[in-house]
Design a protein around this ligand. Structure first.
Ligand code: URA
Length: 224
């Protein structure tokens, strides 16, 4: 179920009973690492399926021949993932990126590492590895499970734009977002679409999403 998000006209909330049940597990601070990682993988799998399905427009209605007749279908069209690139904003982006790659093993994969410069507090590009012809791909799926300030997302979008990617080709997928991050991406790159399974209340002074789930990567990798 996708619904509009008020802070960003290009953002959609993907919320089902499945995503809500898994969010309940990953949000709970008592969930041990093993169960957290399992629920996070399942949630990323649902998000990855929805992201791939929503890459193409649902406007077209077509018929599918079943063994028993003809089904009139709107949406659900096959996406040629060999013509797509998934981009992992390291490190937690890899968790969502791997969920995408399980569904689409022929998708091209790119990595971007952005770190906060301690002196300026600005996001700083440390590493990127993109396919040489990334501008030619039909769609680019940018992955980061937490959209907090939007600083890393905007820096990653800039890297993609610099490589020639048209921003309207980018779909940015995340598990939890917040109004501050959604607004920042809208201001910085209004053409970029966003798909998120939750829009939380706000950021705290440490730039954590409230209520959120804590540090997504630390809880997944056991590094907290
Ligand atoms: N990244 C996280 O993992 N959690 C937050 O709350 C914000 C950014």
């Amino acid at each position: 179920m996708q619904t509009a998000v008020e802070q960003n006209p290009r953002a959609s909330l993907f919320s089902t009973r499945g995503t809500t049940a898994l969010l309940r597990i990953v949000r709970d601070k008592r969930t041990p690492q093993k169960e957290y990682a399992s629920a996070a993988d399942r949630l990323c799998h649902l998000l990855a399926e929805e992201a791939l399905a929503s890459i193409v427009s649902d406007d077209e209605v077509s018929d599918v021949e079943t063994p028993c007749g003809r089904a009139r279908m709107s949406g659900g069209r096959h996406v040629d993932t060999s013509n797509m690139c998934v981009v992992d904003i390291m490190r937690s982006g890899a968790i969502l990126m791997e969920a995408v790659r399980k569904l689409a093993p022929d998708i091209k994969t790119a990595k971007i590492l952005i770190q906060r410069d301690e002196a300026t507090a600005l996001p700083c590009l440390m590493y990127s590895k993109l396919p040489p012809n990334i501008a030619d791909y039909h769609h680019v799926l940018l992955c980061d499970p937490m959209l907090a300030t939007g600083g890393s997302a905007c820096a990653a979008i800039d890297v993609l734009k610099l490589a020639g990617v048209a921003p309207e080709k980018i779909l940015f997928a995340n598990v939890i977002s917040c109004p501050e991050g959604l607004r920042r991406v809208a201001e910085h790159a209004q053409e970029v679409r966003i798909l998120t399974t939750a829009v939380d209340d706000h950021l705290d002074e440490r730039k954590f999403i409230i209520p959120g789930l804590g540090d997504f990567g630390d809880r997944y990798y056991g590094t907290s």
